[in-house]
Design a protein around this ligand. Structure first.
Ligand code: UT7
Length: 326
């Protein structure tokens, strides 16, 4: 049986850092509140003039290098992002070009914080069907220039960064064992940017302050995240046949330390098997799982044959999970 196996990982975080104490200067907040409610200590911020493809490119190059895959042999690029370089064209095409991957297709997936999981499901299906032999997924986000730094309810949460994985066809039993992807658009206003799409195009005439901000009903999202995270984890175990005690590592979307720990406890996953980097990165949306995965991989926390679980939740609403045999 052909499966999509992860053969390379990479990540990139811009050098500039805003600590919680920097945030105290920007909005009415405290280091203590941010740490206690979210687990965040600092977030990385891209330089002015950068686009998300500038963050994705080095992550992609690292992943290709680890996979020992020449860009000319790459067949597909999928970019998971809510902050593409441009409205048009897709960032997938830009990364394909910047890598010199002349024989690859490229497109984007917008599923917010679940974007990496949706991309993994798509890439896995493409490989299993025989459409392509390999796929590069880049999960990247440059949210800092979209944030209203005066809004403490969202400003303290997010950070910039990118992660990447290379998937290749494999027939040795390793690779993506299951993916579970769900959505509930009735919750669209729980986390959204109202303006600048086709429904409310941004013009000088209709500009209304606040409609371009990321708006979030935090506590509503928190409750829903705990429920759907837990359900997604259960699905991953059921669909893959892996037992919780066999799990090597859980790499969740990094939205809130309390959500990650709560979901792990409900699923009877020991907290030392949960990879968390939210303290140093904040919530990097579609980039969070692949950044965490690459860090864990390069620290030697994943060995061949280990079962690795991913789960995420975010705007849409969207959520899901995946189980991988390393
Ligand atoms: O990645 C996509 C998915 N995202 C999520 O899943 C996020 C889910 N939600 C959360 O993680 C949490 O709801 C937050 C971290 C966003 C907020 O934590 P919370 O414990 O739910 O706080 P809250 O929104 O209920 O606010 C509690 C208090 C409020 O003040 P009052 O009404 O009690 O006086 C807020 O106004 O904290 C206040 N507050 C803040 N205070 C200091 C809200 N934001 C801040 C802040 N600094 N940054």
């Amino acid at each position: 049986m052909i499966r999509a196996r992860i053969t390379g990982t990479g990540h990139f975080l811009p050098k500039q850092v805003y600590t919680n104490f920097d945030m105290e200067e920007l909005c009415e907040t405290t280091d203590e509140w941010i740490r206690q409610r979210t687990g965040i200590i600092q977030r990385h911020i891209a330089d002015e003039g950068w686009g998300v493809s500038d963050l994705m490119l080095p992550a992609a190059q690292q992943a290709l290098e680890m996979a020992n895959l020449d860009p000319m042999d790459l067949e597909m690029v999928i970019c998971a992002t809510i902050t593409p370089d441009h409205m048009l064209p897709a960032t997938g095409s830009l990364i394909q070009d910047r890598l010199g991957a002349k024989n690859a297709g490229g497109f984007d997936i917008n599923a917010a914080c679940s974007g990496f999981l949706y991309s993994l499901g798509t890439a896995s299906s493409m490989i299993q069907s025989g459409l392509v032999k390999n796929v590069l997924i880049c999960g990247g986000e440059l949210v800092s220039n979209r944030i209203n730094w005066k809004r403490r309810d969202t400003a303290v949460l997010f950070g910039d960064g990118a992660g990447a994985v290379v998937l290749e066809a494999d027939d040795t039993g390793h690779g993506v064992l299951s993916t579970y992807l769900r959505s509930d658009g009735a919750g669209k206003e729980v986390l959204w940017v109202a303006e600048n799409g086709s429904k409310e195009p941004l013009t000088h005439e209709n500009f209304r302050d606040g409609r371009l901000d990321i708006q979030m009903k935090g506590p509503e999202l928190f409750k829903r995240a705990i429920i759907e995270f837990s359900d997604s984890i259960k699905r991953a175990f059921n669909d893959s046949g892996v037992k919780p005690e066999e799990l090597g590592l859980f790499v969740p979307h990094q939205a809130n330390e309390r959500i990650m720990v709560g979901a792990a406890e409900r699923a009877k996953i020991p907290v030392d098997k949960v990879y968390m980097n939210i303290a140093m990165t904040g919530n990097t949306v579609a980039a969070s799982i692949p950044i965490a995965l690459d860090q864990a991989n390069r620290k030697g926390l994943i060995s061949k044959g280990d079962y690795v679980l991913f789960a995420g939740f975010g705007a849409g609403l969207t959520w899901g999970s995946a189980m991988v045999k390393w």
